[in-house]
Design a protein around this ligand. Structure first.
Ligand code: PLP
Length: 465
């Protein structure tokens, strides 16, 4: 293949500049940005010609160089981080942003981020206030703890707690709880970073109270318990409860610190879900500090919440890492609004999107799937409503399978893989599951108003029968 012929066919930069100018790109995006895009796209084309043997594709790309430059410029000015439709059925989808904040709170949050606020200003005293004050009382009321604060995420909360309370001292922890959460959060590494000395005890499947007893000495500063959020050990197992640890801790004057992971504030087994220990139960059992995520089962903004005894929280607030991990006004506002919903369990289930999606009756999901299937009855594909299972996600309740319904789409005129890709490239991208060569739209995580959007996009991609 004579590649030089193709290299010569690439328009000169000067020519492209003229063409872009007359196509209005300079007016729209400015000269500098447009010229940058010209350079970048011609360079990409040159590289492609260099390595490709596909003549038709080379010609196609050369011919579409101008629109390619225009779309590169357009892309720079439009958000790359944008809303998507989650049709995977996984409620706490880490790749898709985990928990959703209710639209009910959108106006307040918008006002909070686009205007000034009393974030650190005490309006009654007319003096400096604390950013945690807006939700500390709520957290105490809901969890029964004496004091509370929040940092950027639970990884930071655990790291900060151990740094502030355990640096230089020994902290016994069960080998069955040395979890990796993902994103490089590994309990042994976090402990090492914090300066606490990990004393691992017991075995993978069994840890007895006597293991802790044997590990305690004059260098011990606290007992740590970590919830094994994202995995389960089944069969011949034994672990020590928070209450038992507290009793042991009390005998030796040691606080119990618990990383409970998901931050469940309602007993979800009432709604047919797997039982998960709640924060309230740990506090009631006497844990000195409990750490948990704001955007897992709690259903709020990304945050790491620390609740517990006043003296310890006071010490944590004074630690330099607190400043490094501090939450912003958006988080503080969203946390306050989410926690207010918990003042009534009924409100929480109804108004917190994560809880609403998790407790949705299968019949309702089925009805929504049937509605979407009806909207799609004329598209060029085989469309049917099928039973499926959705997951909780976010490293929570790993064994839970939620009964759900999906619309299964098997396109006629294209492969399922190309269809899935087209959905992903939509203006509001639609992320679905591919199973048995069909695209599945699990309706559990499809939000109000999005079914119409899916119908329009699918019709656009596949056309009518
Ligand atoms: C998820 C989780 C973390 C990390 O929480 P982030 O809020 O994602 O930082 C830490 N510990 C446990 C036990 C978890 O389940």
């Amino acid at each position: 293949m004579d590649k030089n012929r193709f290299f010569r066919a690439i328009p000169k930069v000067d020519t492209l500049i003229e063409q872009c100018d007359s196509a209005g790109l300079f007016d729209r995006y400015g000269r500098e940005i447009t010229v940058d895009c010209i350079r970048e796209r011609t360079e990409a084309l040159r590289e492609f010609i260099g390595k490709s043997e596909d003549e038709t594709e080379i010609i196609r790309r050369t011919e579409s160089l101008l629109p390619d430059i225009a779309s590169a410029a357009e892309k720079l000015f439009s958000p790359n981080l944008k809303p998507v439709v989650n049709a995977t059925g996984t409620v706490l989808h880490t790749n898709l942003g985990r928990a959703l904040i209710s639209r009910k709170h959108a106006d307040h949050l918008m006002a909070m981020v686009s205007g000034y606020s009393n974030l650190e200003y005490d309006l009654e005293a007319g003096a400096r206030g604390e950013r945690y004050s807006h939700f500390e009382k709520l957290l105490c009321k809901i969890t029964g703890a004496e004091a509370a604060m929040a940092v950027n995420n639970n990884a930071a909360a655990v790291m900060l707690t151990l740094s502030a309370l355990c640096r230089g001292g020994e902290v016994p922890v069960s080998r069955g709880e040395l979890v990796e959460i993902g994103g490089k959060f590994r309990v042994p590494d976090v402990m090492a970073q914090s300066g606490a000395v990990m004393v691992d005890l017991g075995t993978t499947n069994k840890t007895h109270l006597s293991d802790y007893e044997d590990a305690i000495n004059e260098n011990t500063v606290a007992l740590l318990k970590v919830h094994t959020s994202n995995f389960r050990v089944v069969g011949f197992t034994e672990s020590v409860s928070v209450a038992e640890l507290v009793e042991l801790g009390n005998k030796h004057g040691l606080p119990v610190i618990e990383d409970i992971g998901s931050g469940v504030l309602i007993d979800l087994s009432k709604y047919g879900l797997t039982y998960e220990p709640t924060v309230q139960e740990s506090i009631r059992a006497g844990a000195a500090i409990v750490c948990f995520s704001g955007d897992k089962l709690l259903g709020g903004p990304q945050a790491g919440i620390i609740v517990g005894r006043r003296d310890y929280i006071k010490k944590i607030k004074k630690h330099p890492l607190t400043r490094a991990f501090r939450i912003d006004k958006f988080t503080a506002a969203a946390l306050e609004l989410t926690l207010q919903e918990y003042l009534s369990e009924e409100n929480a289930i109804r108004n917190i999107p994560v809880l609403r999606m998790l407790t949705q009756p299968p019949m309702e999901i089925r009805e929504r799937a049937e509605k979407l299937a009806a909207m799609l009855k004329n598209v060029n594909a085989r469309v049917e409503v099928v039973d499926c299972e959705s997951q909780v996600g976010g490293g929570s309740m790993p064994l839970e399978r939620l009964r759900s319904s999906a619309v299964a789409i098997k396109p006629n005129g294209m492969t399922t893989a190309s269809f899935e890709e087209a959905l992903r490239r939509a203006k509001k991208p639609i992320i679905c599951r591919v199973q048995e060569d069909r695209a599945l739209m699990d309706m559990r995580t499809v939000q109000p108003g999005e079914a119409e959007l899916i119908a329009a996009e699918v019709t656009e991609i596949l056309g009518a029968k």
